[in-house]
Design a binder for this molecule. Structure first.
Ligand code: SAH
Ligand code: SF4
Length: 338
């Protein structure tokens, strides 16, 4: 087991069971999450006995860097190999407000959206909380800079790996862990309705983003077969529920695909669906992938779509074309490598 898989409480429990003092947990977490050491031997204020105990029970090395790619705007894509040889990807983006990382939660994804490079690869397994945490730590070390924003938008459906996701969030938000503010963390889901409702009661002020991509069932099912299981009315219902419980604004992700979901009438339909909800629409130019039959919407069409939402008082942004389209970035390095 990875040491990063343990919550603070679990580490305390482990120490007590092994006749160690409780305060050692704070020391160990300080080495892991503040000093970011790569071996137990570096934890110089622990006894040799405790170091041996940790070494015989836990691993600290989770990821091996296979490939990294830095683009001109400073975006760093990292391809990591897990202990069992599976490949995952993390993408570091430099924003004007700080460094942000997009992490992977599963090897592949079973949701199988027809436009997504990750979805075309069946899920091999879930990542553990520690493997998700390690992406942040390893990438920080590689960069030698602090990462202060996290988006859970890499490969995988985070709500299909809910328990590990919750552990991950607890540790990265923990003041003795990575201490990243909940408001600096965003989890994106394809719309797993029961989990959205559960997430509303999680207690942390973490942001929620919903991949909607269409205003009606016809288009949405074409893009996302999960829509057959959780149709759009239920997704909107879950968003309403979340809004009423948390009073926190929800982000709606909408990728613009040529002649699929980018027409003016589709924009008007979206306005109707979202009217009155405390949401914010993030329009994303579709990033074409070899495996999928879709094209990015025309620039003019995207701007029209944006204008229609804007005129109808829907809060909206259109992500400008930059080499570092976060979503697109995720998953593609891996699929190219395979
Ligand atoms: N599974 C979750 C989170 C990972 S995908 C989800 O679907 O929300 C993160 C975002 O990237 C989603 O909004 C997804 O629709 C988007 N995305 C996937 N492939 C893309 C592509 N080729 N171009 C642009 N966005 C893409
Ligand atoms: Fe999975 Fe998200 Fe890709 Fe859909 S868009 S296949 S849910 S990773």
């Amino acid at each position: 087991m990875l040491i990063y898989d343990l919550t603070h409480e679990e580490l305390v429990e482990f120490l007590l069971e092994n006749n160690q003092k409780k305060f050692r947990a704070d020391q160990i977490w300080n080495w892991l999450y503040k000093q970011k050491v790569s071996s137990f031997q570096e934890m110089t204020n622990l006894s040799e006995e405790l170091i041996l105990l940790l070494e015989s029970n836990f691993k600290i090395q989770a990821l091996e860097l296979v490939l990294k790619h830095m683009s001109q705007d400073g975006t760093l894509k990292c391809l990591y190999s897990l202990h069992d040889g599976h490949l995952i990807e993390s993408v570091l983006m430099r924003q004007h407000y700080g460094n942000s990382i997009c992490v992977t939660t599963q090897v592949g994804c079973n949701i199988g959206c027809s436009f997504c490079a990750s979805g075309l690869l069946k899920k091999k397994r879930d990542l553990t909380a520690g493997e998700i945490i390690a992406q942040v730590i390893e990438t920080e070390k590689l960069l030698n800079e602090r990462i202060s924003y996290i988006v859970v938008m890499g490969i995988g459906e985070p709500f299909d790996n809910y328990e590990q996701l919750m552990k991950f969030l607890a540790t990265i938000n923990h003041p003795k862990g990575l201490a990243i503010g909940a408001r600096h963390i965003t989890v994106s889901t394809s719309g797993i309705v029961p989990k959205i409702k559960e997430y509303a009661h999680m207690g942390l002020q973490v942001n929620l983003a919903i991949s909607l991509h269409a205003p009606n069932n016809e288009i949405r099912t074409r893009l996302m077969k999960i829509n057959q299981r959780y149709p759009i009315e239920e997704v909107i219902g879950a968003i309403k529920y979340y809004l009423s419980v948390t009073k926190r604004r929800v982000t709606i992700e909408y990728i613009l695909i040529d002649e699929v979901n980018d027409q003016p009438e589709t924009a008007l339909e979206l306005v109707k669906v979202l009217r009155g909800l405390n949401v914010y629409v993030n329009l994303i130019p579709y990033n074409e992938v070899l495996e999928a039959p879709y094209k990015r919407a025309q620039t003019q069409t995207m701007e029209n779509f944006y204008d229609i939402l804007k005129k109808n008082n829907i809060q909206v942004t259109l992500r400008k074309e930059q080499g570092h389209d976060i979503n697109a970035a995720c998953g593609q390095l891996r699929s190219q490598h395979l």
